[in-house]
Design a protein around this ligand. Structure first.
Ligand SMILES: Cc1cc2nc3c(=O)[nH]c(=O)nc-3n(C[C@H](O)[C@H](O)[C@H](O)COP(=O)(O)OP(=O)(O)OC[C@H]3O[C@@H](n4cnc5c(N)ncnc54)[C@H](O)[C@@H]3O)c2cc1C
Length: 342
């Protein structure tokens, strides 16, 4: 069934989230789509624990706290999140409607689109071993969708960040065997997770090795053995059922480049009054938007979201004069925020 809505927001980074708020104040309903499994964009994916100091009136907060506060702030507008879904298609239906489709087949007919795609969709960094592509999602996994499919198996976990440690610790009690391989014994993970893995290692439930996976052996279409090269050039052959690869994520502009929206060095040029692209009705805000003087800062994206919301309201309701109202005093905004006195 095609979902009908006022606005589809592509990207649930900080700017996409705040766009929901600005649209909601003006009475517009938004669906928000992100390729990641969680909202927060770069804040959640690249620097969740780092403190941010330049959000107005918040002297300091962690990136993940900012995302949580934004989600709380937009909750009254009840946005529909479509996470773990990449927007793959965007097409103009007519002057007033757009068609949007995601990688999971969700379809929208929407009256406006805001692209808040940041630096693009985050994609897993691949295991660079020739021929390994043939085993992706069968024996080589970049994300764990169903942990139980790895229970009772001989597992190899590659990586040294939080995801690698989280899954080693989660799966250690359930796997037949589990070997963790990282290029060094310096990790980018929470110390408590590293301690837990070391505890499993001391109990003989996890084996840790320094090295890189360089090759594999397959038989009758099944991956049997992965070959790990150590710093002294020696090789260990690991017989495994599944390899879980957590080398981090890198952004790719991806399908946005195919939507007929003008691009300039992987950014979308907009005006600075409406933040509209070259296609009327499609707007761009946040890191993906560019114009003279653009600064890739969260607060710039918040400003852009506010003006884009007014422009969208005017476009969708051409006969209605859109007055500036204050959230402190506007009864209609209080009603929309769910704070109206009864
Ligand atoms: C280490 C670091 C520190 C930073 N510190 C600060 C700071 O202190 N202050 C500050 O103001 N800024 C800081 N920034 C910059 C700030 O994080 C960005 O300006 C901000 O995240 C931009 O937000 P956004 O919503 O535009 O995009 P993003 O945060 O990049 O989010 C975009 C989202 O769009 C999604 N997406 C893209 N394409 C698609 C698609 N086709 N379908 C579905 N989803 C899609 C992506 O998955 C992503 O989640 C920092 C950045 C980094 C890397």
């Amino acid at each position: 069934m095609t979902i009908q809505t006022d606005v589809v927001i592509v990207g649930a980074g900080p700017c996409g989230l705040f766009q929901v708020f600005e649209l909601g104040l003006l009475g517009l309903k938004a669906h928000i789509v992100d390729a990641l499994e969680h909202a927060g964009g770069q804040c959640a994916e690249l620097y969740p624990d780092k403190p941010i100091y330049d959000i107005p009136a918040i002297p300091m907060c962690n990136a993940i706290e900012l995302v949580d506060r934004l989600k709380e702030q937009i909750a009254p507008f009840d946005p529909t999140y479509h996470l773990d879904e990449q927007v793959t298609e965007l097409a103009v239906l007519d002057e007033e409607r757009f068609f949007v489709k995601t990688s999971k087949g969700t379809e929208f007919e929407t009256r406006a689109v805001v692209i808040a795609g940041g630096v693009g969709s985050f994609q897993p960094m691949p295991l660079r071993v020739k021929g390994i592509e043939d085993f992706i999602d069968r024996q080589v996994f970049y994300r764990v969708k169903d942990p139980s499919q790895h229970h009772g198996k001989d597992l190899l976990v590659l990586g040294g960040g939080d995801s690698a440690f989280d899954w080693v610790n989660e799966l250690a009690p359930h796997a037949r065997s589990i070997t963790m391989v990282h290029r060094s014994d310096k990790f980018r993970a929470a110390p408590a997770s590293v301690d837990k893995m070391r505890q499993f290692e001391a109990e003989g439930r996890v084996k840790f090795m320094i090295g890189n996976c360089v090759d594999f052996t397959a038989d009758s279409g099944d991956l049997n053995t992965l070959h790990v090269r150590h710093p002294d050039e020696s090789i260990t052959d690991l017989d495994i059922d599944h390899a879980l690869v957590f080398f981090g994520l890198s952004p790719k502009l991806g399908p946005i480049a195919e939507w007929g929206v003008e691009l300039e060095k992987n950014q979308i040029p907009t005006d600075t009054e409406r933040f509209e692209t070259n296609v009327p009705g499609i707007y761009a805000i946040g890191d993906i938007a560019t114009y003279p003087g653009k600064k890739k800062l969260i607060l710039s994206g918040f400003h852009e979201a506010a003006l884009a919301a007014f422009a969208i309201k005017a476009r969708l309701n051409p006969d209605e004069k859109v007055h500036l109202q204050y959230t402190t005093t506007s009864p209609i905004m209080h009603e929309r925020l769910g704070v109206a006195a009864s």
